[in-house]
Design a protein around this ligand. Structure first.
Ligand code: MLC
Ligand code: AMP
Length: 496
């Protein structure tokens, strides 16, 4: 079926309401429609339809970001959002792996991509210069068309491109709008990175779908956000556990008089959500003690959107992620391959439903292995306890969750091994009160080396995103190995 995307159609009905306010001022839904149509016309040039061409883009400002994202969609392209803190080799990998046909960037970020695009012979368009293209008729593609590729780290050393269709995205949005009772009167701050679904779907897209208002920050600017909380600027707040830890630390550092209006602001919100990593029960409880708010914890993944959620109405239980969201089927499968029918028996979470992604980009075998009779295998273990799912951890030691980012130990190891003074290495996530897990590297150095943590971190800066750079370094004579000679990671935990 070919008709206008529902996200766009819904925006038309919102006209002059403020969609996104940011440092550049308040922009209405009409502004967003107008600018994205111009960007789409500019991308199309003489073509009728981008026909799923991959267009990579990078923007700090929320309004720029949404205009470019909608512009690519309205021209019939697939969005490939880039990571703001990525290093050059990571950007190059994303651009080449997705075979992006062009890149859109805002003026302020031009220098981050100009040399790379020139080397890769990719057209680099500046968003601010795309407004003068003559308006063209825009294609109306079906919602089964592919819409987005997000890169996610996994048990392969290089990130995989998760391809979602418009129908997948729409299903992911609708389930949350329904479950969390999004309203046009909602106001939400957006400070999460916009190359992952938490920021893209749960915040940006759900808000725009609902006709709500977003206040966009270029990153997590804690002082500015706290002062807006005190001013009663929002109704809904969504963040990763690390952010709640940082908020607790910040509130505890204030005097009673400074803290009081902020606490009142938090207490007045209609909904506060945590997700993307396990929320420790202690953080959940401290937050309630400080603000009176019961955080709603939910569980999701790039490949599936959100799957499990504590209820909007009803008990929000610490350490639990609630029950399947509307239109999402969830089952647990035991190690021996049985579907678990009882409470208190752990198994792998498997998910089915319209929000589940289309495929991994150019990886047919890995895509096939990721499904079990049509159910997506998450690699996360869970158990049902008195009606609620509780996440127990991941099947793989090579996946690290730090600050809400999913990282591959294998990817970081492959980079560290390029260091001329590192002979061998093994990367693990060590428990960390603020970050959930901290990237930690055990290395065997070449004989004459006296490499230290700071020098290694500096070397990593041109090669890895900030959050992948090891926080801890352990120098060993040799790595622990099993009888087959394979490095065994669990014993390393006791050595850090
Ligand atoms: C940054 N730093 C880290 C780090 N990240 N140190 C250890 N571990 C990490 N992960 C260090 C930096 O090197 C720097 O150190 C200092 O912290 C400040 O860096 P920053 O980048 O300015 O930090 P900050 O802005 O405070 O970032 C923290 C954060 C950010 C929590 C706001 O990490 C963030 O936005 N995380 C959200 C990620 C996310 O959206 N994930 C969702 C994925 S989707 P120095 O020494 O230089 O000062 C998904 C599905 C689902 O998971 O279910 O949602
Ligand atoms: P990503 O691949 O970045 O989308 O991250 C998805 C992963 O984050 C999941 O597979 C889980 O391991 C983890 N995750 C998301 N939400 C939660 C949660 N509430 N509790 C524990 N882990 C979570």
């Amino acid at each position: 079926m070919t008709k206008e995307l529902e996200l766009i159609g819904r925006a038309r009905a919102k006209g002059d309401s403020i969609a996104i306010s940011s440092t550049t001022g308040g922009r209405t839904y009409s502004d967003l429609l107008d600018r994205s149509a111009r960007i789409a016309s500019s991308l199309l040039q003489s073509h009728d339809d981008l026909k799923e061409a991959r267009i990579a883009f990078l923007a700090t400002d929320g309004y720029d970001y949404a205009s470019i994202q909608w512009g690519i969609w309205r021209a019939g392209g697939v969005v490939v959002p880039l990571c703001l803190s990525a290093a050059d080799p990571e950007l190059e990998y994303t651009l080449t792996n997705s075979s992006a046909s062009q890149v859109v960037v805002t003026q302020e970020l031009r220098s981050k991509l100009a040399t790379l695009c020139e080397r890769l012979d990719l057209t680099l368009s500046i968003a601010e210069e795309m407004g003068d293209a003559p308006a063209r008729a825009l294609p109306k593609a079906g919602i089964d068309r592919r819409a987005m590729i997000l890169y996610t780290s996994g048990t392969t050393s290089k990130p995989k491109g998760v391809v979602s269709t418009h129908a997948n995205i729409q299903a992911q949005i609708e389930t949350l709008v329904d479950a969390w009772e999004w309203q046009a009167s909602d106001r939400i701050p957006l400070f999460l990175p916009l190359h992952h679904i938490h920021g893209i779907i749960n915040v940006l897209s759900c808000a725009l779908w609902s006709g709500a208002t977003i206040e966009a920050f270029p990153s997590f600017k804690i002082d500015e956000i706290l002062s807006r909380i005190a001013a009663g600027a929002y109704t809904v707040f969504m963040a990763v556990p690390t952010i709640y830890v940082k908020l607790i630390q910040a509130l505890n550092a204030l005097s009673d008089a400074e803290r009081e209006p902020i606490i009142r602001g938090f207490a007045d919100l209609r909904l506060m959500i945590s997700g993307s990593a396990a929320l420790p029960a202690s953080v959940h409880e401290q937050w309630t003690a400080l603000t009176g708010q019961k955080l709603l914890e939910r569980y999701g993944m790039t490949e599936i959107g959100m799957a499990l959620s504590n209820p909007f109405h009803g008990e929000r239980r610490p350490r639990a992620v609630g029950q399947p969201l509307p239109h999402v089927d969830v089952r647990l499968k035991s190690e021996s391959g049985e579907i678990i029918a009882n409470e208190n028996e752990p198994g792998e979470i498997q998910v089915r439903g319209p929000g589940v992604f289309n495929k991994y980009w150019n990886l047919p075998d890995i895509t096939a292995e990721s499904f079990d009779e049509g159910w997506f295998r998450t690699d996360d273990m869970a158990v049902i306890e008195t009606g609620y799912y509780r996440i127990m951890g991941r099947l793989s030691v090579d996946i690290i969750k730090s600050g809400g980012y999913k990282l591959s130990a294998l990817e970081i190891e492959a980079t560290l091994l390029k260091h001329p003074e590192i002979r061998e290495c093994a990367v693990i996530g060590m428990p960390d009160d603020t970050w959930g897990e901290a990237v930690s590297a055990a290395v065997v150095l070449e004989d004459a080396s006296d490499l230290g943590l700071e020098e290694l971190r500096e070397w990593c800066r041109d090669r890895l995103s900030t959050y992948k750079i090891p926080k801890k370094l352990l120098i060993l004579e040799s790595l622990p190995r099993n009888a087959m000679g394979k490095v065994t990671k669990p014993p390393l935990r006791d050595l850090f």
